[in-house]
Design a protein around this ligand. Structure first.
Ligand code: HEM
Length: 222
């Protein structure tokens, strides 16, 4: 087992699997949050939030998710430092024709994403779980989530949309690299996966940005 963790294939497989897990999380997270746009009265989103909070499976999954995130971040940082010590090659598999800006900067985009994530967890996770804003009736989940993207707080919309663009760059490389690592790397598949990764990354960036920009524009019009 120790050999597996230390082997370069083992490292890439662990990094890819924890990354793939996060890729799935983002799809679920986007779907739930997109309910704010689908039903701007907030009813649907408040119901979904309540379900997420009271369902025991979701409760457990939050801890699994947090562990996955932390693992991916710390293991990725450790691998990057190790790689730099030995040779200046990133953890992801890259061939000459496949070296792109995002593939060479996975660690940098990853660190920026982490910085934004801390701010994001404070804005939502902390306020929902560790304050009584909702229970005291001061606001609903919907108002807390969408209130951040108000023209009076324009800096948040700017920060969040920048975060989603950087996340897209990270994901664009991450997904193809993960598939390559699990062995799907013949030329025909490589091209298809490059497309698939780009479509996924663009989908996530545009999907999350739509939520922020929708409520930002709505606050200007109201
Ligand atoms: C417009 C975009 C987004 C909105 C409105 C949003 C909203 C939320 C909300 C309301 C929560 C608290 C959920 C709860 O605990 O009941 C949350 C938690 C969280 N968000 Fe986001 N989020 C967005 C984008 C993102 C992105 C892009 C990421 C990852 C890169 C992310 C990662 C997380 C994580 C890790 C948690 C804590 C775990 C959880 O509670 O599910 N979020 N977000």
């Amino acid at each position: 087992m120790a050999n597996f963790f230390n082997s370069s294939v083992g490292k890439k497989i662990i990094m890819s699997l924890s990354g793939l897990f996060l890729i799935l999380f983002l799809l679920v997270h986007l779907s739930i949050n997109f309910l704010t746009v689908v039903d701007p009265s907030g009813k649907l989103f408040n119901q979904a939030s309540e379900f997420m909070e009271t369902n025991p499976f979701i409760f457990v999954m939050q801890f699994v998710l947090a562990a996955g995130f932390l693992f991916h971040i710390f293991y990725g940082t450790w691998l990057t430092l190790q790689n730099r010590k030995t040779r200046p090659v990133p953890y992801a598999v890259s061939t000459q024709s496949n070296v792109s800006w995002s593939s060479q900067n996975m660690w940098i985009t990853g660190a920026v994403i982490l910085g934004f994530l801390v701010l994001h967890l404070y804005n939502y996770f902390y306020k929902l779980k560790f304050t009584d804003l909702i229970e005291s009736g001061q606001m609903t989940e919907f108002e807390l989530v969408t209130g951040l993207f108000h023209v009076n707080n324009w800096i948040y919309t700017l920060l969040y949309v920048s975060w989603f663009i950087i996340l897209g760059l990270h994901l664009n490389h991450a997904l193809q690299s993960a598939f390559q690592t699990i062995g799907l790397n013949n030329q025909q598949w490589l091209n298809r996966l490059k497309w698939l990764s780009s479509i996924y990354a663009i989908f996530i960036t545009i999907g999350f940005s739509t939520i922020s920009l929708y409520f930002f524009i709505r606050s200007i019009l109201n």
